[in-house]
Design a binder for this molecule. Structure first.
Ligand code: ATP
Ligand code: MG
Length: 426
């Protein structure tokens, strides 16, 4: 993409009404736009990041047999009354409204009850099980506080998955596969080293649930972590009894600020019993389905990555979720010969499938281009200038650590995975 065509602009000044580093950086770099507290639009660059993360999650969900669908944002009151969760005393984040034709609707803050209820039309026999569905949905939650930027939105994108099984053994197979898929996701988005499967409070059906917590100063949670053993326990359930029951050495745990990037729940048969989702077993008996629920905060992940890797110069994206892999920065473009040559290199790279953002702005000065490039946080920057054209050498800077490499044109192609380009084109 040509930067001259990008409608978003970077800005130097920090938005006055944002205290969160993630929102400050994402707004300044033109990835998101603030509509109101806790509500952000995703602009072309931000959307590319979001789509990259979704695609990783999609691949991991598909790999364990998940089937993608999309539920509705408007929700049926009766569906939530089945489990008592229409009540504002039970759920404190509801947005609700009234229909002109009469009656109330809810705005989807979760889809557990609607999905379970919908599945009554499709699950009737043990032969229909197990099955797992998932979606990417914008959740609407009337959160009291929205000071953490995209890490706690009133409107945010979640991946939620639901499993339906005949019984506990069947359920556990899916639950364990989810743990692996989740850790694959967090590794692939660049948070693997600091993300832990964490024992957390289980709710009504099980003793513990599992959260996926990422060490992050801006996070709202505290976890006790034994990094050596890779064990994490949410501070909320880190008691003498828990430690004893789990047979771990309490002294080895250190408290960290963390952000919950995902969680998984075992509902047992209770949820399905409440909503009347049953199957006929081999003897023809009606049994409530064993359900599980699995969430990942897609937009929260963007915030966590911005918080953890962003530096004083701007954003720093891990390669797998960067909006572009390479930032071509053209200098001396007022010289038509340089411009034609730089345009040619941009075409060659992008036609070969490299995701390139090309700063082709003629007017902007070099300093401005470099500081914009740092702010945008694209993993690699390659400078095209009169000097590099004459030398036949290109400076490739790695955004994350500032490493500078001098590469020839061939080496550039090889580095970006298009080594056989020359042969192919003759
Ligand atoms: P939290 O404890 O942070 O309030 P939660 O326990 O309510 O989250 P779920 O309802 O299970 O979380 O949602 C699944 C995932 O969605 C969470 O693990 C988190 O990553 C993300 N998430 C939850 N609330 C928000 C929010 N307000 N803004 C952005 N992401 C969120
Ligand atoms: Mg939570």
């Amino acid at each position: 993409m040509r930067q001259s065509q990008l409608f978003t602009k970077t800005r130097k000044e920090v938005p006055a009404d944002e205290v969160a580093k993630n929102a400050q950086l994402l707004i300044r770099a033109g990835y998101i736009s603030k509509e109101m507290a806790g509500v952000y639009a995703y602009l072309p660059l931000g959307m590319r990041v979001q789509e990259k993360i979704k695609q990783i999650v999609r691949e991991e969900m598909n790999a364990i047999g998940g089937q993608e669908l999309i539920m509705t944002a408007l929700q049926n009151k009766q569906v939530w009354e089945q489990t008592g969760r229409w009540d504002d005393e039970k759920v404190d984040v509801w947005f609700k409204s009234e229909l002109k034709a009469g009656g109330e609707v809810g705005f989807g803050w979760s889809h557990e009850e609607p999905i379970g209820t919908m599945m009554k039309s499709y699950i009737s026999s043990y032969k229909d099980l197990p099955t797992t569905v998932y979606q990417f949905q914008t959740k609407l939650r009337n959160e009291l506080r929205a000071k953490s930027g995209v890490m706690r939105g009133r409107e945010f994108v979640m991946k939620d998955a639901y499993s339906f099984a005949v019984g506990e053994d069947d359920h556990n197979v899916i639950y364990e596969a989810m743990k692996v898929a989740y850790m694959n996701v967090f590794r692939r988005v660049g948070l693997g080293d600091d993300t832990y499967i964490t024992f957390a409070s289980g709710g009504a059906f099980t003793e513990f649930s599992h959260e996926f917590q990422t060490i992050c100063e801006a996070g709202e949670d505290v976890c006790q972590i034994d990094r050596e053993k890779g064990i994490a326990i949410n501070d909320e359930v880190f008691t003498v009894e828990t430690v004893a029951k789990m047979g771990v050495d309490g002294d080895k745990f250190v408290a960290y600020k963390t952000a919950e990037v995902g969680n998984i729940f075992n509902f047992g048969r209770q949820k399905a019993a409440d909503i009347g989702l049953s199957y006929k077993d081999e003897n023809g008996e009606l049994v409530p389905v064993w359900m599980g629920s699995y969430g990942i905060g897609i937009t929260r992940l963007i915030g966590v990555v911005a918080e953890k890797y962003g530096d004083e110069k701007g954003l720093v994206w891990p390669e797998e979720i960067a909006p572009f892999k390479l930032h071509l920065v053209g200098l001396n473009l007022e010289d038509q010969e340089i411009k034609d040559w730089a345009d040619g290199l941009y075409s060659t790279l992008s036609e070969a499938g490299v995701e390139v953002l090309y700063d082709d702005r003629v007017e902007a000065r070099a300093g401005e281009k470099f500081s914009d490039s740092d702010l945008l946080g694209i993993p690699y920057r390659l400078v095209l200038s009169k000097k590099s054209k004459e030398a036949g050498k290109y400076e490739v800077v790695t955004r994350r650590d500032g490493t500078v490499r001098e590469l020839t044109e061939e080496e550039v192609y090889a580095d970006f995975g298009i080594g056989d380009l020359k042969e192919g084109e003759g």
